[in-house]
Design a protein around this ligand. Sequence first.
Ligand code: BES
Ligand code: MN
Ligand code: ZN
Length: 509
Amino acid sequence: MAATKLTLSSKSPESFNSDLLIYCLEQDKKEKVKVGQTPATKELKAAIALGDFKGKASDSLLIYPSNSGKQKPYAGRILILGVGKSHDMPLSDLREQCRKTGGIIAAKAGKLKAEKICLCLPSVNEMKGEEVVECLVEGILLGDYSFLKYKKEDSKKPSFGGIKEIVVSATGSHKGLRRSMNKAEHSAFAARAARDMANEPGNGWTPGSFASYARNLAAKHKMKCTILGKNDMKRLKMGGILAVNQGSAEPPKMVILEYRSLKKKAETILIVGKGLTFDSGGVSLKPAAGMQDMKYDMCGGAAALSAMRVVGEEKPHVNVVAIIPATDNMGGSSALKPGDIIRHYGGITSEIVNTDAEGRLILADALAYGIKKFAPTCVVDLATLTGAVILGLGHHRTGLLGNNQTLVDRLLVAGENCGEPLWQLPLDKEYVKQIDSDVADIKNTGGRPAGTITAAAYLQKFVGDTPWSHMDIAGTAWDFTKKSYIPKGPSGTGVRTLVDLIRNWKRFS
Ligand code: BES
Ligand code: MN
Ligand code: ZN
């Protein structure tokens, strides 16, 4: 999809010649619409009188001004949207409401094939204009998404190529508003990039694709990119990723992208994302039904790399390093077998009980290596790690575990702020016993009970005392709770949580 031009203007909304002119109206304390100033007051009042428009969230009214193009309002269509109540609501809910309104705007624009839209910046209770515009624009850009790369263009029914221009009409100082629009643009396009990666099939997005994407980012934003190939992994004794890759014709890559802040003594955040480009289960083969979904098993890596795009664009005051262990997980005569014992980077041995518990094997090497190499202040990993997290939390909340409550709390806040809610699960030492092995230091599954927790317990063995959090996004990376700004399929979850964490970073130690 082409880029969208974002413009900010102090001219009155009626003076823009757009395909769609949008007004968002909130309700007052008595749930009555605040009619305000629109060029369609008459029509709006008539609709209100008939009970057709109450200003509830998702209420909408489409009006066709009779003299459009010739006199004000110049727009071809006017869309009036309700945003609902906004009283006594926490800021995070108000932000979510604005993003959802943005998603509805995108859907309407898509239906009407409106390429140029003009938005009159609404007032939403006590929210700052900067916050309103950030969330509205983010919602529009996140909602305005499609993946048509592999579809033939139908000349009779041309598909909508996305919104080309958004004009925000607002009075007052534009400095803060402009900043907010830039933030929205960065985070939404990053999340969309993660969705694109996830939508690519296993033969379209390989470990090599992660490597090229990272190299390009590094070149564009002056970051350092290192790609470890199979020989480097052998030299470094990364037995986990090598084991998972054993059955594959596609070479593995450990993709490392480093951003260094100009600030002296900056802290370092390490992000590790599971980049499993296709998970067949290996010798412990998955059932055929639904196996095609396992192309999404790289969403952790996609989130990590996409967040780095924003890091490159915004240059935060904290160092950020991303590591993506990338391979697919295939069967075959050279593949890893149940019963095999492997040795991870750093020396810990692991008994393979199930080759389908492969994510933890590649993450273990990446975590241990990243911590050794970069001595980070903290580590966050993201992975579509367990089916069990879907049983526990469904498709709404990402599972969150960790060894440091400060970091866990920061992620909970970040997720709440950006509409990617998380839920903390316990990690008591009692669970850790489930991965004790008779023949090796640990084994790679802990049985059915508490599958998400025992997977995290496995990872914990590789982080030592470094503050660490793990996000299990198996339930939220795709088929995320239906929301106007999140389409079916991959959601891009995790990207905006990471970005929020980084943007609001305060010294940790
Ligand atoms: N990639 C899967 C987890 C997964 C399952 C993600 C469903 C998305 C949807 C992971 O590699 C896996 O296969 N996990 C196993 C672990 C088990 C063998 C201990 C699982 O959850 O079944
Ligand atoms: Mn698996
Ligand atoms: Zn997997």
